[in-house]
Design a protein around this ligand. Sequence first.
Ligand code: GLN
Length: 226
Amino acid sequence: MLKIAVLYPDLLGTYGDAGNGLVVAQRAERRGIDVSLTMVEMTDQIPEADLYLLGGGEDGPQRLACELLAGQEFAPRVADGAYVVAVCAGLQLLGQSFSIEGDAVVPGLGIVDVTTRRGSSRSVGDLLVSVGDHLLVGFENHGGVTMLGEGVEPLGALRLGRGNDGSVDGYCVDRIWATYAHGPVMALNPWFADTVLAAVLARPLEPLVTMADRLYAERCQTLLRG
Ligand code: GLN
């Protein structure tokens, strides 16, 4: 049984990122894999899972989500081998610290060596990122600028948008992928959902072509044309 948990969609759900859970669960089920998908609310205990998903949200809920996660068995489970996909606020709160409204600096979970400060303006718009041989599409809406610590690799290089710092987007360390891309990113980028799924299952997946692939190709073309 593949266990997927979406963490606090009631706090980190502004951009529909909980849809990442639906997409990855569907893509597994369509290949005959047994899946349990849990939407973990802020009053719930965090269940044990193979894959945790974190979404984006406003500063206040982001801070609360971080405090709640710090009091739970989340970091130890990640250290023990769970996989994580984190988007925007999720990307920021896994780091050492992040700044929120009024420039207060909030300690993050310290799972990844990244730091987020406020930028001089919000980063809002389409995002296009080269990730290896793939393109990742999405949109961003955040006030944070994220600096990667030594040895932390970005998820990819920016083709369009601002991402972390105007040159790269997200990070990819051990079993954690993080991006500023909403959409939800796994619905917009079927290859990304399958990359994560194959890693969690530790085996290659049978091909699965859906309408999402055509929409993905069209979106890439549109963004590349500018
Ligand atoms: N609150 C964070 C910021 O503005 C994250 C926003 C988001 O998740 N879209 O930087």
